[in-house]
Design a protein around this ligand. Structure first.
Ligand code: PLP
Length: 439
C-alpha cells in the first residue's frame, strides 16, 4: 500500500473529530485505506476537476477510472437510458451486449476475438489464470517481484507489491524486472535477466508445477514504471510459450489508449498474448472488467465449465463501455495522450537533468513518473521527498500519488481528457513544489 494512504493510528487519527471520518471508521473499519494525512472529502467531479466538501477544486492528475472525465454526460446519459429500458443478466439475448463485445474486440489484433465479461480487474485475472491452468494442465505462474494484480486468494498468493498474509505460493516465481535507466550495458542486462527467467522456468518444472502462465502489466506500473531492455518482454513470452505456458497481459492500467501510441500496452512489444485482462477505465467507473482471448481457449474452457456471471456484461455495463469507446473515438483521446505524453515527457526529462533530487523521468503517454533519490547526507529518504511532494501538490490543488518498491516515483495518470492546458498547470505546480525541497 502506498504510504500516502493514511493508516489508522497515524495522522488521520488527529482528524477523527471529522464526523464523516468517525462514521467511516465505525462502519468500514480502520483498515480501509485513505489518501493523504488529512483525508480529502470529494463531493463532485467534472472532466479533470474535482471539488471537495469545502468547495475547493483540484486538478485530477491521478485517476484513471474516470477515463473520459468525471461525470461524463455521454456515459451518464447512456447508463441512465439503458437503466430506464432494461437491465438484466446475459442469459437472454440483448443487442447492446453484443454491440459492445463487437466494438471492444475490434480494437484487438490477430485471433484475440472472444470476450468474457467480468466485474473487476481481480476477477479478470482470476479467470485468465483459471483458463491458463486448465489449458496447460500446469499450475506454475511467473509474475514480477513487485506486482499487484488483484485481491482474490489466487492473486494474493502471487502478490509481491503490497502486504498480504498469504505467503508467495510454492507454484509462483517472482522475476526481477530489468530497468535500462542507469544500466551501463543493456545487452548484458538483457542476457542476465533472461537467464533468470530460464532458471525460474526450470525451477517450476523441477518442482512439478510446470508453467501455466506469465502474468504481467505491460507498463510495469506498480513496479515503478520500469523501462525494460529491448527484447526482454518478448524473450520472457517466447520462453514461457516454449515451456507450454500462456501469456496474460494485465491491461488494467496500461489499456484503453493510455500509452498513446496504441490501444493496448502489449502492442508496444512484438508479441500476441493468449489472454488480455482489463478493468478500471473500461466503463468510466461503472464496475466492468473483461478477459479477451482466442476462440480456441474460450471453446475449450466452455466445453468443460458452465461459466456464468450474474452482473457481468449487463446491458447497462455494455452501454457504459460503449459510451467510453464512443467518447474516446470522437475526442481522439488516444492520439491526444500520445501528443501530451511527448510534451510532458520532454519537460520531465529537463527536470531530471536539472534537479539533483530526481534520478529519472519515467512512463509514456498519459502515465508518467519522476523517480527521486535521497539527498546526499540528508536525513530524509526519497520516499519522504515524494510523500512531501504529494501532500504539497494537494495543497496547491493538484492530485497525484506515488509508486514503486521504494515509494520514490511520483505517479501521474490523469483522466484521458487532459489537455495541454491541464498538463502545463500540473507541470507548473510540480515545478513550484520541487523548488520547496532543500537544496
Ligand atoms: C495492474 C492491475 N491489475 C489488477 C488490478 C485489480 O483490479 P480491481 O481493483 O478492479 O480488482 C489492479 C488494481 O489496482 C491493477 O493495478
Amino acid at each position: 500500500m502506498t504510504a500516502e494512504t493514511t493508516a489508522p493510528g497515524t495522522t488521520a487519527e488527529q482528524h477523527v473529530g471529522s464526523d464523516l471520518l468517525a462514521r467511516r471508521y465505525a462502519t468500514l473499519g480502520r483498515h480501509s485505506p485513505l489518501f493523504y494525512n488529512t483525508p480529502l472529502e470529494l463531493v463532485s467531479g467534472n472532466g479533470v476537476w474535482l471539488t471537495d466538501a469545502q468547495g475547493r477544486t483540484y486538478l485530477d492528475g491521478y485517476n484513471n477510472v474516470p477515463h473520459v472525465g468525471h461525470a461524463n454526460p455521454v456515459v451518464a446519459d447512456a447508463v441512465s437510458a439503458q437503466l430506464r429500458t432494461i437491465n438484466l443478466h446475459t442469459r437472454y439475448l440483448n443487442s447492446r451486449v453484443v454491440e459492445y463485445a463487437e466494438a471492444l474486440l475490434a480494437t484487438f489484433d490477430g485471433d484475440l476475438e472472444r470476450v468474457f465479461f467480468v466485474n473487476s480487474g481481480s476477477e479478470a485475472n482470476e479467470l485468465a489464470l483459471r483458463l491458463a491452468r486448465q489449458h496447460t494442465g500446469h499450475t506454475g505462474v511467473l509474475v514480477t517481484d513487485f506486482n499487484y494484480h488483484g485481491n482474490t486468494i489466487t492473486l494474493a498468493e502471487m502478490t509481491t507489491g503490497l502486504t498480504t498474509r498469504e505467503p508467495l505460493g510454492a507454484h509462483v516465481r517472482a522475476l526481477h524486472i530489468p530497468d535500462v535507466i542507469g544500466a551501463s550495458d543493456e545487452q548484458e542486462l538483457l542476457e542476465r535477466s533472461l537467464a533468470e527467467v530460464d532458471a525460474a522456468i526450470a525451477s517450476l518444472q523441477e518442482t512439478g508445477h510446470g508453467v501455466s502462465a506469465f502474468l504481467f502489466d505491460p507498463l510495469f506500473s506498480t513496479e515503478g514504471l520500469l523501462h525494460t531492455p529491448a527484447g526482454y518482454v518478448e524473450g520472457v513470452a517466447t520462453r514461457v510459450k516454449a515451456a507450454g505456458g500462456l501469456v496474460i497481459a494485465d491491461e488494467v492500467q496500461s489499456g484503453f489508449g493510455r500509452i498513446g501510441t496504441s490501444m493496448w500496452g502489449h502492442q508496444m512489444f512484438e508479441l500476441t498474448p493468449d489472454l488480455v485482462t482489463m478493468g478500471k477505465p473500461m466503463a468510466n467507473g461503472h464496475p466492468v472488467g473483461a478477459v479477451v482471448t482466442t476462440e480456441e481457449l474460450l471453446d475449450e474452457f466452455g466445453r468443460h465449465n458452465m461459466y456464468f456471471n450474474t452482473f457481468a456484461g449487463s446491458p447497462v455495463s455494455s452501454a457504459a463501455g460503449l459510451a467510453v469507446l464512443q467518447v474516446m473515438h470522437e475526442e481522439n483521446l488516444m492520439a491526444r495522450a500520445a501528443e501530451l505524453g511527448e510534451h510532458i515527457g520532454a519537460r520531465l526529462h529537463d527536470i531530471a537533468e536539472a534537479d539533483p533530487h530526481v534520478r529519472a523521468a519515467r512512463g509514456r503517454g498519459l502515465f508518467f513518473g519522476l523517480e527521486f533519490i535521497a539527498p546526499d547526507g540528508g536525513r530524509r529518504t526519497a520516499a519522504d521527498l515524494t510523500k512531501a511532494l504529494v501532500e504539497d501538490l494537494r495543497e496547491r490543488g493538484v492530485l497525484i500519488s506515488r509508486i514503486g518498491p521504494h515509494d520514490n516515483v511520483l505517479k501521474m495518470r490523469p483522466p484521458l481528457v487532459f489537455t495541454r492546458e491541464h498538463a502545463d498547470l500540473l507541470l507548473e505546480q510540480l515545478d513550484a513544489a520541487l523548488h520547496t525541497l532543500p537544496r
